[in-house]
Write a protein of this length. Structure first.
Length: 105
């Protein structure tokens, strides 16, 4: 999480939300399944949401739209509008962040 801290983003974790080899039961299909990989969770502090939007963003469209709505509601009139991916962020940093949280943030 040092990389996020360098971008001015405060976060918690990562911590394991679901451990691999955990068995769960799907009530719709009536089957048991086993998780093949650990599931990690990080939380971004509310005070860092704008920086997360500016420098990182989401690959999942519905989450990105939700973050954009948050930005619109909380934007100062002097803050310029940003697009994803931001033009001032370099591709290697985006790749590092993608590798930290595979499958999207």
């Amino acid at each position: 999480m040092d990389l996020l801290r360098r971008l001015g983003i405060e976060s918690t974790g990562p911590r394991i939300s679901v451990q691999r080899r955990t068995v769960f039961y799907d009530t719709r299909r009536g089957k048991k399944y086993t998780h093949n990989k650990d599931v990690y969770v990080i939380y971004i502090r509310a005070s860092s949401n704008i920086n997360f939007y500016r420098y990182v963003g989401f690959t999942i469209t519905r989450k990105q739209a939700r973050l954009e709505n948050y930005d619109k509601r909380n934007r100062n009139t002097s803050t310029p509008q940003y697009t994803y991916p931001p033009p001032n962020i370099s591709q290697p940093i985006l790749k590092i962040i993608t590798n930290i949280a595979p499958g999207g943030v």
